[in-house]
Design a protein around this ligand. Structure first.
Ligand SMILES: Nc1nc2c([nH]c(=O)n2[C@H]2C[C@H](O)[C@@H](COP(=O)(O)OP(=O)(O)OP(=O)(O)O)O2)c(=O)[nH]1
Ligand SMILES: [Mg+2]
Length: 134
């Protein structure tokens, strides 16, 4: 029933191991919760192109290297999303929230202290497994 929204999601990892998270603006779906930056894949775009564009638009970084992490499909009351999630380990620039959102860098072990949308539990699990953490 209904279509699945394809979302490009970036787990941006700094050399010191910390990961970038941003707080979703209140008025959006899942507003007020923390997220890994990203957004919907538009017609005619590859997921990599979408991710590169979204990270430029939302957090001012220029992606230069990415690799697949996991895909999580989740049904909310409002819609079903496919979170097509990538490691971003190479990038240029200083992350800042270009849409007024708070951003912060967190250790993998501390990700659970932040409130994410329900679908993100699977992403956090995949990060921990990849990093042999916690
Ligand atoms: N970016 C992102 N979206 C997530 C995460 N977890 C999660 O459930 N979502 C959901 C919330 C939204 O329903 C959808 C992503 O939509 P979005 O609002 O980021 O899309 P967008 O940046 O293209 O924004 P817009 O142009 O539609 O305003 O995926 C996450 O960690 N990051
Ligand atoms: Mg977005």
């Amino acid at each position: 029933m209904g279509k699945v929204v394809h979302v490009a999601v970036g787990v941006v990892r700094r050399k010191d191991g910390k990961i970038l998270i941003a707080r979703r603006p209140e008025h959006l779906h899942m507003g007020g919760r923390w997220e890994f930056p990203g957004g919907k894949v538009e017609a005619g775009e590859t997921v990599q192109q979408a991710l590169t564009r979204e990270l430029r638009e939302e957090v001012a970084i220029e992606v230069t290297g990415l690799s697949p992490l996991t895909k999580i499909r989740h049904t909310y009351a409002e819609k079903t999303v496919l979170l097509d999630t990538w490691w971003v380990t190479e990038f240029r620039g200083e992350a800042k929230g270009l849409e007024g959102q708070q951003t912060t860098w967190v250790e993998v072990v501390d990700l659970n202290s932040y409130q994410f949308p329900d679908a993100n539990q699977g992403i956090i699990q995949a990060i921990r497994e990849a990093e042999n953490c916690c």
